[in-house]
Design a protein around this ligand. Sequence first.
Ligand code: MLC
Ligand code: AMP
Length: 506
Amino acid sequence: MTNTLFDALFAPHQGKSTPFLHLLDGSTLTHDAFLRQAAQIGGALDLLGLVAGDRLALQVEKSAEALAVYAACVQKGVIFLPLNTAYTANELAYFIEDSGAKIVVCDPAKEAAISEITAKTGAKLLTLDGAGNGTLIDAATSQPEQTQTVARGPDDLAAFLYTSGTTGRSKGAMLTQDNLLSNSEVLKDYWGFTKDDVLLHALPIFHTHGLFVATNIALLCGGSAIFMAAFNPDTILEQMPRATSMMGVPTFYTRLLDHDGFTRDAAAHMRLFISGSAPMLAETHEQFEARTGQRILERYGMTETNMNTSNPYEGMRKAGTVGFPLPGVELKICDPESGTELAQGEIGVIEVRGRNVFKGYWQMPEKTREELRDDGFFITGDLGLVDEDGYVQIVGRGKDLIISGGYNIYPKEIELIIDDQPGVKESAVIGVPHPDFGESPVAVVVPEGAGPDTTQLMQACKDELARFKHPREIIILDALPRNTMGKVQKNALRGDYASLFTPTES
Ligand code: MLC
Ligand code: AMP
């Protein structure tokens, strides 16, 4: 019985007492122990009636057990749908309904709120807390430590990851077994990962970066990971002397640089620091090199495409660039209007094609057609160029997107809520440079009549949206700047408020 992803990532480790996850309580979970638990969870999924192709949605704190649910889903051919722990019940309702999840696993603290959603959709609700306890584990413990692997091929779906869109409606990106496997195989080799690697794993496991890039590479290379529930610079520094590599968003690196304990000596055991998910300032690269003598390796990816480009492991890691297209990834820069390919050095929309590119958006054929061309090229919406040395540079975004600490925020989602409030004529949400998160959302609001109550505006956002999407500031303005076509000029607003959180010294 073949199962493309399970056979490559997990099966080779069965029965091996090699270390897989080093936990902060000092214990180490071996590959074998991890896989035995995954098999028990897989057995529980069978009992609960899940079959290949069904969806399992999971919103839980990061833990080894949460990762074992991922392994169990792969083994059983169940489509894994991890969700940001910050999402509110309103946000979750959409994902659960849209995906048609048959099982939802949540933190016990959220069980009451989420049961109102699952009561409507008919999904079964189980729990799992950050310490690895809950009704899912209760159901798993009576199951055998080996379970049948369900046959799955490269084109079968392995995961849905929801990404927001410019219209404010999230789309479920359908990722196949081959999308995930081909990309992690390429990255493992490109970045020189081996069984001797010990990865500092502080990223959340509900996004591509922490789940597919970090975890899948650790599994493929047979190395281990120091598995932390969240990023904390003190803990990272404590663990760094026994680690070899780290993957992080730029905020990880700026926070480390703000820490006095982060020195050349502290980083001496590390062979590789990787950054991605958001733009890294050239200044951060320089400060990092001055402090540690090492250059951060920056790469570029997306939920829909996994990783597309990377700076080289050997050779020049060029600050301000995301490196070269990865082996097997075709990349071109195209005119945003006509779609024709542009010459080297010209700025246009980045399009990519390869085994890494997803299947489309779940039950959204029109959205899929808008972004995924018939010839297989995916229109990323990122603006970039290929420089004279062949390095890709991202110079901006054609899409109206804010990235805060590596989390994506689509302004439309916030604007729709604000526009619905009394005293609001219209609004525009923009991303403003932020020293810690890179960018933060700010709402510019045009009043109507007596104008809005800003506390109420913030409350409305809090009720509906995850904390990281809340505007950090609300600005009241008589009118929004518009061009002659009547389109709101967000660029002008971004210019006006560029130094809101990063005041320029005078
Ligand atoms: C937390 N908060 C955030 C935030 N994360 N606000 C804005 N942006 C964020 N990213 C909120 C908290 O709820 C808290 O609210 C306040 O901000 C400050 O919290 P904190 O303790 O300072 O934040 P922390 O919990 O330390 O989290 C920051 C972070 C985390 C950067 C470590 O956000 C993180 O791990 N980001 C990684 C995201 C990621 O994995 N992205 C990959 C996407 S995949 P309050 O109420 O206390 O003010 C992808 C493809 C690719 O993009 O290429 O990889
Ligand atoms: P997501 O939809 O969460 O996967 O976010 C993907 C987006 O993150 C991309 O379309 C880019 O805009 C951005 N991104 C990822 N890596 C980088 C990077 N190294 N530099 C700049 N932007 C990046």
